[in-house]
Design a protein around this ligand. Structure first.
Ligand code: TXA
Ligand code: MG
Length: 329
């Protein structure tokens, strides 16, 4: 059931979490499906509800950087600096875990992914629960992340007792993930905190390639997929009237030629990439519901936030352009 995130609703959600139940809640990036991060049986429910494979670890949400040492050990200076600069915010750090974090949360890895979300409802919920909250995005495994309470209800509504509605997510794509599991910091997932910003702060980072053994499953080639096939294009000029007929066009900025498509979605009228990122997943869902014959998405330059957007679009397209079905579809 969706409920506006009033103080009373947050209290009720916290009570459910303390009892080992699962609730959905807003963060600044996407909606999360939360459970008590220190309760393995509660965390197990997340995997069951999402139909998420147990090799895919969860992000642990804490209320403040000061709580980091409760779940993580051996925190390098660069990680502390990133936390100080970006928390609360859309940055997740992967660090050596403490024993208090159950193995199911870390999927058996010796590390734990942690972040402090920048959303008042998420922070109030963590405080009211008095526990860190493990939460992946609140979507069935492999589908686009939800950026509205209604997205969660549409897909998981019958499996989650409470969905706190905190309005649309401001950021709209998942957090940037930086891992300190290896000797040198590794960027596991692009987000609105850009690679450039991170490198300016802590120096060069390695970027995990899809298929890396350490890669997060969010890194699997096909993730965030809509039901409709999606192809990346450089420009709509490539498409004949035949191809356009019945198809949808998705672009970050206005295009000069959008005639003949069944639907056109421009994510930002000014080509602002933060605005485009915030609108991306909701637009993909909207288009998908129209059941077009195909989705054509216009590529953008892969730097800054453009990397994060291109990363999501490529994964949505993957396994289709090449005809190869990936492991998780
Ligand atoms: O913005 C976000 O990060 C959202 C909100 C709810 O906080 N959460 C989110 O969670 O996107 P999820 O589960 O959809 O993606 C988390 C990613 C997964 O790809 C997972 O494999 C990776 O984080 N991850 C978690 N723990 C890890 C670890 N110990 N080592 C490497 N990757 C890890
Ligand atoms: Mg996810």
């Amino acid at each position: 059931m969706i409920e506006p995130a009033s103080k009373q609703a947050i209290e009720r959600a916290a009570a459910l979490l303390r009892r080992g139940e699962v609730v959905a809640f807003p963060t600044e990036t996407v909606y999360g499906l939360g459970a008590d991060a220190l309760n393995p049986r509660a965390a197990a429910r997340i995997f069951a509800i999402k139909e998420r494979p147990h090799f895919d670890p969860l992000i642990v949400h804490i209320g403040a950087a000061e709580q980091l040492a409760e779940v993580a050990a051996d925190i390098p200076r660069a990680a502390r600096e990133l936390a100080a600069a970006h928390w609360p915010g859309p940055l997740t750090l992967v660090l050596a875990k403490r024993d208090i974090v159950p193995d199911i949360v870390s999927a058996g890895l010796p590390t734990v992914a942690v972040r402090v979300p920048a959303h008042p409802v998420a922070l109030d919920l963590i405080a009211a629960t008095g526990r860190p909250i493990a939460a992946p995005s609140a979507n069935p495994f492999g589908y686009v992340s939800p950026t509205r309470a209604a997205h969660v209800a549409a897909q998981l509504g019958d499996r989650v007792p409470l969905i706190l509605d905190g309005g649309p997510c401001r950021v709209g794509i998942e957090s940037t993930i930086v891992s300190f599991a290896a000797d040198s910091p590794t960027l596991l997932r692009h987000g609105v905190i850009t690679q450039e910003a991170i490198e300016a702060q802590i120096g060069p980072v390695r970027v995990a390639a899809a298929g890396d053994a350490i890669a997060a499953p969010g890194q699997l080639p096909r993730h965030y997929s809509p039901a409709t096939s999606l192809t990346l294009i450089d420009s709509p000029h490539e498409l004949t009237p035949d191809l356009r007929s019945g198809a949808a066009l998705l672009a970050c900025a206005p295009v000069d030629d959008s005639a003949g498509f069944a639907a056109v979605r421009i994510l930002s009228p000014t080509g602002d990439l933060e605005e485009a990122a915030a609108a991306l997943f909701a637009a993909v869902r909207d288009i998908d519901e129209l059941r077009p014959t195909h989705i054509y998405a216009v590529r953008i330059a892969p730097h800054g936030i453009g990397r994060a957007i291109m990363d999501r679009l490529r994964r949505a397209a993957a396994g289709r352009e090449s005809g190869i079905e990936s492991r998780e579809s």
